[in-house]
Design a protein around this ligand. Structure first.
Ligand SMILES: *[C@@H]1O[C@H](CO)[C@@H](O)[C@H](O)[C@H]1NC(C)=O
Ligand SMILES: *[C@@H]1O[C@H](CO)[C@@H](O)[C@H](O)[C@H]1NC(C)=O
Ligand SMILES: *[C@@H]1O[C@H](CO)[C@@H](O)[C@H](O)[C@H]1NC(C)=O
Length: 449
């Protein structure tokens, strides 16, 4: 099974008020506790005990207070609060995530549909408390949170007027998206950074195996890659590198573009005749300040929880099949995944549930005349964009993507170094949302006269 990164900004919720005449009650600022509440991050690989928090720099950014929408730059008053997904963060029912996902009486409540229902309850409660019955709500989320945002709009149109779903791979279920999608984009990102870099990495896997099989091979590799402790298998190193490349591609954000950084390391060491010395230079370039490279995966609460979710309902089949891939072939097997989930949680994944409950097949045909007011935003350098909605479905279900963007980039706080195309993407999103709100208030006035 692939080790991959699936860090999430869980759902945030924005409620809007505008100052046009006849507009409803103005919302007061949201309780700072809510605003600062932890936003969960997760990874899709329960069985590898991936801890997303510690393995990438970007993920810590996502947990920090930077999780703010850029909307308020443009005159819409927005109030944000971090939505909290049941079981994640501090809302765990029995103390630890590990105990919760083992508990057969309660873990059944740990699913996306229940989380959406929680949001519905909370939002209605807030509206009531604030006497803000007519205030429109826009839900915003990234990654898994982006999926939740779009699903919330479809399931609860009476509560959310619209959704901004950033980097939401809602089509990465049930073979709608080819299993190779994710890693083919990782490969593309590295190829774009440098052909030589791509070829070096592609050739390195066999070389790692070759060296590992020599007497003292693992010691040689441990030394070459400056691992914090002696490698126990060649797999451990390959898994570490695989995660590093995937993270670099997923969070391939300006201004430093981690894939470019790795490739500069690799290409910069072209004097080294040994492939592995070049790859090691790429590792150093990716995390230059690490005194050593820790190839032991940490087990975090969030990854245990996400493991449960992927083994029960969020089954995203990611494999490697193309021979042009930078990675060795590793086709996805539903059967293997099912066996692993049975071993880990004694549960059989419902591989078709996501599309049964939320749809996804023939999405254009289905949503053209049914849904409205959803933005699917993506950056095409994000491997998850392969499972995203990249074409407009209708006038109000829009795809807004950037060629050089990465995972959740648009919903991070703006910075001085943001390139023009990112600023434009955000402007476009704000422009679309304003249109929804204008229409909403127009209808409100018509119908409430
Ligand atoms: C490496 O990471 C593991 C898992 O988080 C941790 O237990 C261990 O202490 C770390 N080792 C070093 C040398 O940092
Ligand atoms: C991939 O495989 C196809 C046929 O199986 C072959 O024609 C092609 O040359 C291969 N490409 C690479 C990069 O190995
Ligand atoms: C995207 O990046 C490529 C290569 O890094 C560059 O050539 C291209 O101009 C960029 N596109 C935009 C829209 O900035």
């Amino acid at each position: 099974m692939r080790s991959l990164v699936f860090q999430c900004l869980l759902l945030f919720v924005a409620t809007f008020t505008t100052t046009i005449s006849g507009a409803p009650h103005r919302l007061s600022p949201i309780d700072p506790f809510l605003r600062d509440s932890k936003v969960g991050l997760a990874t899709t690989d329960p069985l590898k005990d991936v801890e997303a928090f510690s393995t990438t720099k970007r993920s810590t950014t996502l947990t920090s207070s930077r999780k703010v929408m850029p909307l308020s730059h443009n005159g819409i008053t927005s109030t944000l609060n971090g939505g909290v997904h049941r079981f994640y963060g501090e809302s765990n029912p029995v103390g630890s995530m590990a105990e919760s996902v083992k508990n057969k009486n309660i873990r059944g409540y740990f699913n996306s549909a229940q989380a959406l229902a929680d949001y519905a309850e909370v939002l209605l409660h807030i509206k009531k408390k604030l006497h803000a019955h007519n205030s429109p709500i826009i839900v915003v989320g990234g990654s898994y949170g982006g999926m939740l945002a779009s699903w919330f709009r479809l399931k609860y149109p009476h509560i959310a007027v619209g959704a901004l779903a950033s980097s939401a791979p809602i089509l990465y279920f049930d073979n709608i998206t080819p299993q190779d999608g994710y890693y083919s984009i990782v490969t593309k990102d590295f190829k774009e950074a440098s052909d030589n870099c791509y070829m070096t990495i592609k050739k390195s896997w066999d070389e790692i195996d070759r060296v590992a099989s020599m007497p003292n091979g693992l010691s040689i590799l441990s030394k070459k890659f400056n691992t914090c402790s002696q490698l126990k298998s060649s797999y451990e190193l390959k898994d570490y590198l695989d995660s590093m490349y995937a993270s670099a591609a997923q969070y391939n954000a300006p201004p430093s573009y981690p894939t470019t950084r790795i490739c500069q390391g690799i290409d910069g060491a072209s004097h080294a005749t040994n492939i592995l010395d070049r790859v090691a230079a790429g590792v150093v370039a990716y995390s230059p300040r690490s005194p050593c490279h820790n190839t032991t995966r940490a087990v975090g609460q969030t990854s245990i929880g996400w493991g449960w979710q992927t083994c029960s309902e969020i089954v995203i089949p990611i494999g490697i099949t193309s021979n042009a891939s930078m990675f060795p072939s590793q086709p996805y097997s539903f059967q293997e995944f099912i066996d692993e989930c049975k071993a880990a949680y004694d549960v059989t994944p419902r591989v078709h549930w996501a599309t049964t409950y939320y749809g996804g097949h023939d999405i254009k045909l289905v949503l053209r005349k049914f849904g409205s007011n959803i933005i699917f935003s993506n950056g095409l350098r994000d491997p998850y964009s392969s499972g995203g909605v990249l074409e407009d479905i209708s006038n109000s279900i829009r795809a807004v993507y950037t060629t050089n963007g990465s995972h959740c980039l648009d919903i991070l706080t703006s910075t001085k170094t943001d390139p023009e195309w990112l600023i434009e993407q955000r402007h476009e999103e704000v422009h679309i949302i304003r249109g929804w709100l204008r229409k909403y208030y127009h209808n409100l006035r018509l119908l409430k006269q």
